[in-house]
Design a protein around this ligand. Sequence first.
Ligand code: COA
Length: 369
Amino acid sequence: MSIDPKASSVGIASIGLQLPPLAMQVEELARLRGQEPAKYTIGLGCREMALCSDECGVVELAVGAAKRALDRWHGDLDDIGLIAVGTETAVDMSRPLSAWVADGLGLRGAVRSYEVKHACYGGTLALRQAVEWKLAGAVDPRSDKRAALVIAADVALYAEGDPGEPTQGAGAVALVIDDARVASVDPVSFPWSEPAFDFWRPVGEAYPRVDGAFSLDCYKRAAQHCFRAMVGDRDPNAAIDGLAAICFHVPFPKMVKKAVAQVGEGFGWDAERVAQIFDQKVDPTMHWNRLCGNAYTASLWISVANALRGLSVGDRVAAFSYGSGFGAELLMLGAGPDAAAGAWAADVEADLGQRALVDAEAYSSLRAS
Ligand code: COA
C-alpha cells in the first residue's frame, strides 16, 4: 500500500505543558534502595523523576496545561465543543477527569466532555477521537464550537521498592485540535492491539502490577507491527529517512531503544544503522522525558512537543503510542507554521526553573504523607 503523504488541514493548533513542582534525581533513589546508580542511569536511561505535591496533583497538572494551550491559541473557550482527558490517574470511578478540568477552566454548555482510559494510550485515543470528530463534520455548523481540547495527564507512582520506581514521573500535555498551525495529523494511522496482562492496576489497588519483561515484549511487538504497516510496500530506508523525528511512548528511555532495535531488525538493519536512526531521530526527542520520567498518557506527547520545536512546514514526524493491556497506534504528523517557534517550550523552561529537587529523605516523607 502506498500512502498519500498529503497532510490533513486538521491537527494541533496549540500545545500547553505542565510539569509538577518537585523532582528527584534517580541517583538519590538508588542510594535509598541500595542499588548501583548506573542501573538507573545507564541500565534504564533515566535521569530525574517528576513528583507531585499535596497542592499539585493530576487535576492541577491537567488544568495548568489546558490553560497554557488555550492562552496560546487564537480562539477562546467558547469555541471548544469537546473536551477529552486521557488518563490512568482517574480520581473517581464514575465522574470523568474532564469534569474536574472543565470546572477549573469554567467550561460548560454545548460541549462533549469525557475521560478516556487505555493505560498510556488514552491520550492518543482522545486525540484521534478529536481529529475524527472534526473530520466527520459532527459539529453543528451553526455553532462556534469548532475546536476540541485534548489533555493527557498522569501521575505515575509505583509501590516503594518496586523495580519500576526509578521510572516514575508525572506531567500533562494539552492539545487544542483545530486548524493544523502546529502540526497536521494524518487521517490514516496504524493501530495494533492484543489482549494481555502486561501492566494493570486492579480496582481498589493504589499501584500497578507489572510483568516487566512481558511488557517490554508486548511494546516491541506492537512497535514492529505498527512501523511495518506504516512502511507498507515502500523501501523502509526511504520511509524512515523521510522522517524528521520519530517519537515513542517513553516508559523509560532504554525501553524505547530496545523497540527501535526490534523495528530495525524487522527491516533487516544492522546494529550500526539502528544506532544511527536512534541517535539522530529518536534519542533527541526524549530530552524532556528524561527530566520528568514516565508521565504515562502524557509521555508520548511530551516527546512530540519537544520534537516539533524548530521543524519546518511539512517536516514529517512519526508518533508511536502504546498502552498496556495492550493497544498501540502509530500516528503521522506534519509540522505546521507555528512549529518552528515552539512557543510551548516556555512552559517546560518555567516549570523546570521553578521546581525543587528533593533528596531521598524528603522523598520518603513525601511517600509516607
Ligand atoms: N550498570 C549498568 N546497567 C545495569 C546495572 C549497572 N550496575 N545493573 C543493571 N543494569 C541494567 C541491566 O543489564 C538491564 O539492562 P538490559 O535490559 O539492557 O540488559 C537494566 O539495567 C535493568 O535491569 P533489570 O535487572 O532488568 O531491572 P529490573 O528487573 O529491576 O526491572 C524495569 C526494572 C524498570 C525494567 C521493570 O520493572 C519494568 O519493565 N517496569 C515497567 C515497564 C513498564 O513501564 N511497562 C508499562 C508500560 S509500557
